[in-house]
Design a protein around this ligand. Structure first.
Ligand code: AGP
Length: 613
């Protein structure tokens, strides 16, 4: 979950690293640091808290050099403090390391190092890495050999970047398992290392993604890749087309706000080239879906976490209703311990904006082991979840920086709808007229999202009413039940208000006991087949003194007369309504968090890529 940047070349490494870290701060923001080779020795600057503190420190005590590494931390071992911040340096001051992941056997390694007389300066597991490399170098190994020996002893998943003042012409970068990516950026007479593309994309678009158990020796004029065991690997260079401007905040106050507003564009991009509105057909070429596979699937298992899991909840309904394929939506962190029933006729479909969520990747591995065909819906191009799958759907949203996922929630909803139509068509569960009607409905989506965004001021006014609440209940039914879950998650993660979501029909089985004037209820009550049921839920909540805010279809006076506040959405075909109905809930959470004066883009305790189990 931490962010890593490295540079070797002719330019001053410090500003390149700091700028790169800024782009990665969403990955972790407990502390930050950098190490630069200056006149033959290593200088380190580190500080607790956000990157701004490190920038301030570097302003006060500048460092310059042509080789350096930097890190933003999401703490796992040891409190967020300057002494636990990366980079970590060995006792000789000649080796330095930044690390993303958890050294699962660090207690054992630490004991061994302590017995050998090593002194630890921090509480981190990472320090064992630098002390081991240093120990092997003191015993006579060069940096490469010492790094190989060290890496081969680490249990767990890691991205590791190391350099030594003894060998000032190189940086070593390695990846083990699924602790997040390590990407190398190729320049002319200079090269870059990062844990994620945005950190380096303003410098180069020629990238090499390290696979698990690969190690790179990065020099000014070239990169050599091998396995950790030393077997040479021929690198595959990919180019990416993301626009760096897409990762800037522009006119918006926060990335989250920008990303909410980008959904008109991202959904248009999601449809572009995939939907033929004239013919009423869908193309998802990267899925590699043959007619034979489509017909042989007897079950789809969706694997995801958090917001992506909520997208899977909607996907289950769409795949079962449209394609008539039994589908389960599994929480990835539970799946691999569940002895899941999966066979060669099962498709395991991972949903992940980062494509590097450790739980999701582990669940994919488990499904693969049991013979499943693997698909993924992923935003981060070149990420592990994209690469290990037999086929994928790329979200087309561009980089999502705000930790609270928004545009990377609505894009997979459209993807899953398209997938359901494609499968249904191939399996014959819908006829041509039904297919055309379903495809036709899709053309409305970006415009309807735009209409919701136009009502931002109204949502902000409701946010003023709710900003001081301590608790909130979100209710939905059918295809909008997942939207209740997603709305509640958005609220809790950025506003720190306790929010719970329930399928509205469950209220009478217990949760209604919570309802009073201090527990506002948000009800998703748009006009669909669950509408009457939602109306009666609203009435029950009102009868108990509850304050009710409803998401309702424009012009619905009946709902308006029953509730305290309305968040209006345009009339939408029910299967696409989750995409529309979630927009006011994203805006509501956003404005409540702003009104509470919170750090919307980097909420406490969270990180954008959850690369630890
Ligand atoms: C979303 O707002 C959350 N920050 C989080 O639940 C996220 O959706 C989850 O960690 C899964 O991430 P992924 O899509 O990168 O796999």
């Amino acid at each position: 979950m931490c962010g890593i940047v490295g540079y070797i070349g002719e330019q001053d490494a410090t500003p390149i690293i700091l700028k790169g870290l800024k782009k990665l701060e969403y990955r972790g923001y407990d502390s930050a640091g950098l190490a630069v080779l200056t006149n033959g020795h290593i200088e380190v600057r580190r500080d607790a808290g956000k990157l701004a503190n490190l920038e301030h420190l570097v302003d006060e005590t500048p460092i310059h050099g042509r080789l350096g590494i930097g890190h933003t931390r999401w703490a796992t071992h040891g409190e967020p403090s300057a002494r636990n911040a990366h980079p970590h340096m060995g006792a000789t001051g000649k080796v330095v390391v930044v690390h993303n992941g958890i050294v699962e056997n660090f207690i054992e390694l630490k004991e061994e190092l302590l017995k050998g007389g090593a002194k630890f300066q921090s509480d981190t597991d990472t320090e064992t890495i630098v002390l081991l490399v240093e120990k092997y170098m003191i015993a006579g190994d060069d940096l490469e050999t010492a790094a190989r020996k060290t890496l081969s002893r680490l249990k767990g998943a890691h991205g590791v970047v190391i350099f030594s003042s003894n060998e000032p012409d190189k940086i070593i970068a390695a990846r083990i398992g699924n602790a997040g990516g390590v990407v190398l950026g190729l320049g002319e007479g200079e090269n870059y290392i990062a844990s994620d593309i945005p950190a380096i994309m303003e410098h180069t678009r020629r990238l090499i993604f390290l696979e698990s158990r690969q190690m790179a020796i990065v020099k000014r004029d070239g990169v050599t890749i091998s396995t950790i065991e030393g077997k040479p690997v021929t690198p595959q260079v990919s180019s990416i087309a993301w626009d760096p401007v897409a990762a800037e905040k522009g006119e918006y106050r926060h990335f989250m706000q920008k990303e909410i507003h980008e959904q008109v564009r991202s959904l248009n991009d999601t449809l572009a080239g995939r939907v033929d509105f004239e013919e009423g057909t869908i193309r998802l070429p990267q899925l590699n879906l043959t007619d034979e596979t489509a017909r042989s699937i007897n079950k789809i298992v969706m694997l995801a976490c958090g917001t992506a899991w909520h997208a899977g909840m909607v996907g289950k309904i769409l795949l079962e209703r449209i394609a008539r394929i039994p589908t389960s939506n599994e929480i990835a962190s539970e799946f691999r311990y569940a002895d899941p029933i999966v066979d060669t006729h099962t498709v395991a479909m991972a949903i992940s904006q980062s494509g590097e969520t450790a739980d999701t990747l582990a669940a994919m591995e488990e499904a693969r082991k049991r013979g499943a065909h693997l698909w993924s819906i992923v935003n981060a191009i070149g990420s592990q979840a994209m690469r290990v799958a037999d086929g994928y759907i790329s979200m087309q949203t561009g980089p999502e920086i705000g930790v609270a996922s928004t545009k990377a929630f609505t894009a997979p909803l459209v993807d899953l709808y398209m997938l359901a139509i494609l499968l249904a068509d191939k399996r014959g569960t819908i006829d041509a007229a039904q297919r055309k009607a379903l495809v036709h409905d899709l053309r409305l989506v970006p415009e309807l999202v735009g209409k919701c965004l136009d009502r931002e001021k109204e949502v902000e006014a409701v946010a003023h009413e709710l900003k001081d609440t301590h608790d909130m209940l979100y209710l939905g039914r059918g295809i909008n039940m997942p939207i209740a879950y997603e709305g509640a998650l958005k609220l809790k993660e950025i506003s720190y208000i306790h929010a719970e979501a329930y399928p509205a029909g469950e209220m009478k089985h217990g949760p209604i006991a919570l309802v009073d004037k201090n527990m506002p209820v948000l009800a998703l009550a748009t006009r669909d087949q669950w509408y009457e049921k939602m109306i009666s839920q609203i009435e029950q909540a009102k009868a108990r003194g509850g304050i009710v805010v409803a998401v309702a279809t424009e012009g619905d006076e009946r709902v308006a007369s029953l509730v305290d506040k309305v968040l209006w959405v345009p009339e939408t075909p029910w299967m696409l309504s989750p995409i529309i109905n979630v927009i006011p809930l994203q805006l509501l959470a956003y404005h409540i968090a702003c009104l509470r004066g919170l750090d919307v883009d980097q909420p406490r305790n969270l990180a954008k890529s959850v690369t630890v189990e």
